[in-house]
Design a protein around this ligand. Structure first.
Ligand code: NIG
Ligand code: FE
Length: 435
């Protein structure tokens, strides 16, 4: 592993998918801005990208910038593809326990919301998380993060939402901040107090309304005071939180200085897509069952100056045993920018792998490999408000890169379930090397 030198030079790449050029939608959803005709190189100086292109050009730019080639640590891409680090824009990273029994109940016909209604599902993870020590929660999250990194993820959004009380929501967000500082995977914290109504509110006649008041009146102010969340999210779904309740929570979150995202129309049309467009969410997630009006609202937002990224989570539909996936082609045709994420969580998507999610997106939603790569890099960056900083290989951007053991974008989601990341670089430093 190269030491902590100032410069890092990736050599002998067969292709570099730079993803340069900003947020993609419509026809540009599939434009990966690939440099080919190698051998190609990518140079990083400190934490930033310095240059990418044919090796000779990159060497000249290194010298022109006043650096000596000898002082650069080398990474041999050995004929592989280089891309920006993958960005997982929707995870429930911090949790305790597992839910394989519930998965088997679903296989025998039980519904996801039915299990939640009976006090299981999300609520069983809430009980386990409240009871777990910080040390255990951190150890679980760290092991998932190292697997994410090994699968090419260099930045991830991470939600609270398994606390559902002030103390545990703050604990979860605090741990996310701590894990971000530890690195190498960079984390974007999201407050999801409105993930479900906790047990202690469920037997009250107005329990849901009272819990919404508690999220707005107690949890959100505490989170905002501590400055430990960048986004606020709500599980807007028929039978969980209505569009009206979600609007109240997100409105209060915006007033408190948080940016917005939304679990929208995962299982049934629930007004989530419409709300995300109207209130100006950075991202509307899931969207497996949007209404026609919801798609139209997202299309109008995309045509205007406040596009809402449709962050699709096909591993979740798959793991829930659904044969119905988000209408990704319809979104792309309507000019709506599409991102992909794992939704990593113990109930509906126990996977850390964005390459696997990209494969499912190609197989079940008809994305091309190029569209899937755009969705897991630059569009995901934009959904997190980080499009100027990460998500593409351009001079000046943060040097988050993956060298893959495959030579082309098309082969990335093709090797089903493979672990194709060979070397992962975060902020200009080698953070993972496949043994
Ligand atoms: O995005 N749908 C709500 N939240 C998660 C699942 C969380 C859980 O079941 O623990 C999701 O699928
Ligand atoms: Fe989720």
């Amino acid at each position: 592993m190269p030491g902590p030198t100032d410069g890092l030079l990736i050599e002998r790449a067969a292709a570099v998918a730079t993803l340069a050029g900003g947020l993609r939608r419509g026809l540009s959803q599939g434009e990966t801005a690939v440099l080919s005709g190698g051998p190609l190189a990518v140079a990083c100086w400190h934490e930033r990208v310095l240059a990418a292109g044919p090796a000779g050009d990159v060497h000249r730019q290194i010298v022109a910038a006043g650096h000596s080639l000898d002082s650069f640590a080398r990474v041999d891409a050995a004929g592989g593809l280089v891309t920006p680090g993958l960005i997982d824009a929707h995870t429930h990273l911090v949790f305790a326990g597992t839910r394989e029994a519930e998965w088997q109940m679903r296989a025998r016909g039980a519904g996801y919301l039915e299990i939640l209604e009976a006090g299981g599902g999300i609520l069983s993870t809430v009980a386990a998380t409240r009871a777990a020590s910080d040390a255990d929660l951190l150890a679980g999250a760290r092991s998932r993060l190292s697997e994410m990194l090994a699968n090419g993820t260099t930045t991830a959004e991470a939600k609270s939402g398994y606390g559902l009380d002030v103390e545990t929501e703050l604990r979860e967000l605090d741990m996310i901040g701590r894990l971000d500082r530890e690195g190498p995977v960079q984390l974007v914290p999201t407050f999801l107090g409105a993930h479900a109504v906790p047990a202690e509110f469920r037997d009250r006649p107005d329990g849901v309304a009272e819990y919404v008041d508690a999220v707005i009146g107690e949890q959100l102010p505490a989170v905002a005071r501590q400055g430990i969340a960048r986004f606020c999210d709500v599980f807007c779904e028929r039978g969980v939180f209505s569009a009206e309740q979600s609007a109240r929570i997100l409105g209060a979150a915006r007033d408190a200085g948080l940016a917005l995202r939304l679990h929208a129309d995962e299982l049934a049309p629930s007004g989530g897509a419409e709300l995300a467009a109207e209130i100006g969410c950075a991202s509307a997630d899931h969207l497996a069952a949007p209404s026609d009006e919801g798609v139209a609202a997202l299309a109008r937002a995309a045509a205007g100056d406040r596009p809402v990224v449709a962050t699709l989570l096909p591993a979740t539909s798959w793991f829930l045993g659904k044969h119905h996936f988000a209408p990704a082609r319809r979104f792309i045709d309507a000019g709506i920018p599409v991102a992909l994420a794992t939704d990593l969580n113990p109930g509906t998507s126990p996977t850390v792998s964005l390459p696997l999610v990209m494969s499912i997106a190609c197989l079940e939603m008809g994305l091309t490999p190029a569209e899937a790569l755009v969705a897991a890099t630059i569009n995901a960056a934009h959904s997190l408000g980080l499009g100027a900083e990460i998500g593409s290989i351009e001079p000046g951007k943060q040097a988050d890169l993956v060298v893959w053991g495959v030579p082309s974008v098309d082969q990335l989601p093709y090797w089903l379930g493979a672990r194709p990341a060979r070397t992962v670089i975060k902020r200009g430093r080698v953070a993972f090397v496949r043994g």
